[in-house]
Ligand binder design. Structure first.
Ligand code: NI
Length: 203
């Protein structure tokens, strides 16, 4: 019995830990330092090799050679992604006006449907400098895991899209040194641009 109780206690603590991480990631407040999101005790970000929207293989090292904004989503997303990606594009424009060149990057969590061609159509409509990335299911899983992105296929009835992807929606500001800031969903592009400009000026 005692062993069962201990087992249950461990389960409850594991569940509470998961809930705490979930809540920390859901709080609709300002930009957070990677340390603030980093409740699991592991670092955010990491190397990846994916295929861009022109069909070229690209490593994270080649891609992130300067200030970079990264968002994980999927082109079939009916509501959240288009808004967030448009805001990332707006932030990129606002930063260009400040003389700061940033590469906006869209990484799909739906590689089955988001081929390079599908991504090309999407990113070109969003911003001329935007890079779309896809890959094998395993490659996307590895990149998402590195950035602590949760995603899951959700089958819905009577949907023209066929299925949806449940996914976390953060915008990451990344430099060759690593992830510098994480912006929660719905963060205004002006504030993303200001926060990024401040981080860039600090070096
Ligand atoms: Ni979405």
């Amino acid at each position: 019995m005692r062993r069962i109780v201990l087992g249950l206690t461990a389960l409850v603590f594991a569940a509470l830990g998961a809930a705490a991480i979930f809540l920390a990631l859901q709080e609709p407040e300002g930009p957070v330092s990677p340390a603030a999101v980093n409740v699991a005790g592991a670092e955010i970000g990491g190397p990846f090799t994916l295929t861009d929207h022109t069909g070229e293989r690209v490593t994270s090292e080649e891609l992130i050679d300067g200030p970079t904004l990264i968002y994980f989503g999927y082109t079939y997303c009916p509501d959240v992604c288009p808004v967030d990606v448009a805001q990332m594009a707006n932030a990129t424009e606002l930063l260009a006006e400040k003389g700061i060149e940033v590469t906006p990057v869209f990484i799909t969590v739906d590689p089955a449907r988001d081929t390079p061609e599908a991504l090309a159509y999407y990113v070109e409509a969003m911003h001329p400098d935007m890079v779309g990335l896809t890959g094998s299911a395993e490659e996307i899983e590895a990149a998402a895991e590195a950035y602590r992105v949760y995603y899951k296929r959700v089958d819905v009835e009577d949907s023209a899209a066929g299925y949806l992807m449940d996914h976390t929606a953060f915008t990451y500001f990344v430099t060759p040194e690593g992830v510098e800031a994480v912006f929660r969903r719905g963060h205004p592009p002006e504030e993303i641009a200001n926060a990024v400009a401040e981080l860039v000026s600090r070096g």
